[in-house]
Design a protein around this ligand. Structure first.
Ligand SMILES: Cc1cc2nc3c(=O)[nH]c(=O)nc-3n(C[C@H](O)[C@H](O)[C@H](O)COP(=O)(O)O)c2cc1C
Length: 196
């Protein structure tokens, strides 16, 4: 079965909830979702690295901390140099998501870090593929898809509230869209792969 790995860090649970919604989208498209949480800076990342190597596609997720990916996600990215040296992730599909408190909050910079990580591994980056909403500020609400209006990847925004309610429903629906989009692409990609 086509497998999509979802490697993410979440300090306070919001990005983890988004990762769950991304996984729902992956499953809805008929692929397997392998959720791989990063627990901290000093963990052994080998199991996650091997799981990404075994997957057809990977979706990276991190909260935006100080305008970039979180330190534990960066520790994982640095540890992934092991796969860089062998080309183990080359030609896989990749995508990314980030969650932060502010409407912008410099989330773009975090997504750029994720896409550069994918590029360094020779992976093929899949963008969000969802037009920003053409609505007035008054119409933009908690159910709006791509509420923050991102192209390169998924941005979600959570107020200082419990991860049970923030980010809001529209952001979770957008996360399911990303998971579905990447899984459908991975299924097509796997069909066209040359015989090993
Ligand atoms: C160390 C730290 C740095 C942060 N930096 C930013 C930031 O640059 N931009 C922003 O909008 N929010 C920032 N925040 C807020 C978080 O992005 C926000 O609380 C987010 O929901 C946390 O996700 P998590 O629960 O998955 O850790 C920061 C929070 C922390 C703890």
């Amino acid at each position: 079965m086509t497998t999509v790995a979802i490697v993410y860090h979440s300090g306070y649970g919001h990005t983890a909830k988004v990762a769950d919604s991304v996984a729902e989208g992956v499953r809805a498209a008929g692929a397997a979702a392998n959720l791989l949480p990063i627990e901290g800076l000093t963990q052994d990342f080998n199991a996650i690295i091997d799981a990404v190597t075994a997957a057809d596609a990977v979706i990276f997720g991190s909260p935006t901390y100080m305008g970039d990916v979180s330190a534990p996600f960066k520790a994982f990215a640095d540890a992934s140099s092991k796969a860089f040296f062998t080309g183990a992730w080359a030609d896989k599909l990749a995508a990314g998501f980030t969650n932060s408190h502010s409407y912008s909050g410099d989330k773009l910079h975090a997504l750029q870090s994720l896409s550069i990580l994918a590029a360094q591994h020779g992976m093929n980056w899949i963008n969000l593929g969802l037009a920003p909403p053409n609505v007035t500020a008054a119409e933009r609400g908690e159910h709006t898809l791509n509420r923050v209006g991102s192209f390169i990847g998924l941005m979600t925004q959570s107020d200082n509230a419990s991860a049970d309610v923030a980010p809001p429903a529209g952001d979770h629906a957008t996360a399911r869209h990303l998971g579905e989009r990447v899984a459908k692409a991975a299924i097509r990609w796997a069909k066209g792969a040359p015989e090993a």
